[in-house]
Design a protein around this ligand. Sequence first.
Ligand code: PMP
Length: 427
Amino acid sequence: MIYQRSSALFTEAQQYIPGGVNSPVRAFKSVGGTPVFMKSAKGAYLTDADDRTYIDYINSWGPAILGHTHPEVLEAVQKQAEKGFSFGTPTELETEIARFIIENVPNIDQIRMVSSGTEACMSAVRLARGFTGRDKIIKFEGCYHGHSDSFLIKAGSGAATFGNPNSPGVTQGTAKDTLLARFNDFDQVKDLFRNNPEQIAAIIIEPVAGNMGCVLPENNFLQKLRELCDEHKTLLIFDEVMTGFRLAFGGAQERYNVKADLVTYGKVIGGGMPVGAFAGRSEIMDHLAPKGAVYQAGTLSGNPLAMRGGLETLKIIKKDSDFFNRLDKTTEILDFEIAKILNSKNIRHRINRVGSMMSIFFHIGAVSNFDEAQNANHALFNNFFHHMLKNGVYLPPSGYETYFISSAITENEIEKTLEAVRKFEYS
Ligand code: PMP
């Protein structure tokens, strides 16, 4: 059996950890089979407990944009560790990373560090409510903004994967303040504003959705939301936990040239350490404690190891003026070549891609929203996933996720990946 040690480890893990994992999608529940336990990672490759290696297209769900354990990041974190793991006091390093980000990202004056994307989105919404004095928010079906209560309503990612986008435990009282619209459906958003006058604090959106698979904004959707928010004095929150420092250094704000009022970050901003952040104009950020009344805090916020890992990663990206072009080109080649192979086998599919994010849907026609993502052939995706895994290619274990391409993927890895796709038989 090829996953022998993983299988034994999973059996043992289930005794001590709910479902054997610390985050649901890792359990392979939707694709079936044994989750592969990894023990190390370097560059483009993961190594599992059975000593098999895989080309990694998840990259820790986005953070490892440089590939794994980049030598310069590793050295910087090691040196930092010698100075202490955590102080619970302000440090110069926190100002250094804040300044670096603010100088290189459009449209933000201040940034607050937290420890996860969930915290970032939860805090941004609280701030938007505190700033506007309104209660309701709009979110889009299939978007995921972390597991805070207000967001677990028609949520994407693991919640969608397990067919339970609405979580038990979220009270009716909380749910009633989250209004839902279809991604890319501007008329629905307008109707929500018409029916809830002066009540909507914020629209929160993944500017490119990555949690129902990769779904792109269409027909100037983001620009139209910007105008609508201006008209109604509602804040526009871009959840750039996936897109930040990935679609461009300035994320989707830069790539689509649309300004958000608040932006949330995670993943790449920590370079693999547990980090999230939210940022915006001073006029809004000033409402946060200790300056303002909106409370938000964290024991490990701004943790020196995390700040060092993040700052080093961001600096490496920033000093390479061709970084995003190369990453985009790699992804484009993968898209075109995989499509060619699947077409030659008459396997109907749709690849959605922007920058270094992409997903393959086994679907006829466009995938522009959650309904269409759900209509894709997920059973076929599951076969494809297991075929690729057996052939040494690690894709996200769900048809509702995005592949994150790292700069460690070279021609060699592309060729090995395509070779695996060539061997795929429709069944
Ligand atoms: N927002 C988006 C867009 C995400 O993709 C995620 C996680 N995948 C989150 C928020 C939550 O981040 P975390 O898992 O770090 O809490």
